[in-house]
Structures are given as C-alpha cells and as structure tokens.
Design a protein around this ligand. Structure first.
Ligand code: ADP
Length: 178
C-alpha cells in the first residue's frame, strides 16, 4: 500500500464501542431497529435516545435500503460523536451484486463523513455476521472501496477497521500489508 494511504488506515481487533473516533459505523438492519451483534452493542452503548432517533428516521424514510447510510448522534457512547448506520447485503452466494452493495455501504458512509469533515471513522466487518458474507471476500471489497475513496478525498483523514474475530483480523492485516 502506498505510504500516504497506509498512514490513513488502521486495523484493530476488539469491540468497536471501545474505539475513540469521530464516527463509528453500525451494521444496521433496514428498520434501524437495533438487534444482535455489533448493532446491539452500539445501541446499548448509545442508550435509548438512539432508538428514538432511529424511529424518527424510519417514520420519515420508511426503511433504509441495502447499501445506503444515515447519520445520527452517538448520544451516550463514550469517545464517539456520531454513528453512521448502513445496511449491508445478505450473502446469497456472490451473484446478487453483494460486492457492489457492500462497497456502497463503505462509500456512502465515507461520503457522509467527508461531508461533515470528520477526521476518523471506525468500521466493523459489515455483513460478516448474521448476513453471512465470507470475511475474506468482505474485507477485499471493503478495503478496495475505502482505498478508492481515501485516494479521492481528504476527509475522513483516518479509517479504522475493527475486527471482533481473530481470523478476520489476521486476514485483514495481511491483505492490507499493515
Ligand atoms: P451483519 O448483520 O452485518 O452481518 P453482525 O453484527 O451480525 O452484522 O456482524 C458483523 C460483524 O461484526 C461480525 O464479524 C461480528 O463478529 C462483528 N461484531 C459483533 N460485535 C461486535 C463489536 N462489539 N465490535 C466489533 N465487531 C463486532
């Protein structure tokens, strides 16, 4: 990876709710209803005001489509100002534009962050839990989308990939050559 990009990307292992940054990205569902996995952890950390805000958004837009993103405050989540909610694709074997939709999650989330001139954004491994996207293919798509975006944009200055699972973390580090 070229030096400039390298200095703008980090890969961490751990719980995304413990990362300090301007915005964390939530692997949400179309109803923004909260749930298990990373979504549940983020909602627990942000507190009930996040549920209320999400309900308001859904009243307005109906549902958040796959590959789209919206931003909310992070409420009670410590060390974070914003949460960007995006809906990843459910893996159905790879022939249903899953890669394009997953790339869109990263690009749309980053576009929101760029518009707000946010300095740092942390992403979980979107779609790789109950949406079944294989973690290697998911990281390949995510990494390509993020690098492409950062090359063209000064904001966010920094992107942090946060992995919960060791195998995905190890793969990402190797793949990104960090
Ligand atoms: P999706 O519905 O998009 O598949 P999940 O929450 O089921 O979302 O899983 C996405 C990824 O997030 C999985 O790889 C899972 O291991 C990881 N994950 C779950 N909890 C956390 C957390 N607290 N911090 C970071 N990653 C998490």
């Amino acid at each position: 990876m070229d030096f400039n990009l390298c200095s703008r990307i980090s890969i961490l292992k751990g719980d995304i709710v413990n990362v300090s940054c301007d915005a964390v990205v939530n692997a949400a569902n179309p109803a923004l209803a909260g749930g298990g996995g990373v979504d549940g952890a983020i909602h627990r950390a942000a507190g009930p005001a996040l549920y209320e805000k999400c309900r308001e958004i859904i009243k307005e837009i109906g549902r958040l489509e796959t590959g789209e993103a919206v931003i909310t405050p992070a409420y009670e989540m410590k060390g974070v100002s914003w949460i960007i909610h995006t809906v990843g694709p459910v893996w159905r074997g790879g022939n249903y534009r899953e890669r394009e939709k997953l790339a869109s999650c990263y690009e749309k989330s980053l576009a929101i962050a760029a518009e707000k001139k946010l300095k740092s954004v942390a992403f979980p491994a979107i779609s790789t839990g109950v949406y079944f996207y294989p973690y290697k293919e998911a990281f390949d798509a995510a990494f390509e989308a993020v690098c492409g975006f950062l090359k063209k944009n000064d904001f966010p200055q920094k992107v942090i990939f946060v992995f919960y699972e060791n195998s995905a973390f190890e793969y990402a580090k190797k793949r990104a050559a960090l």
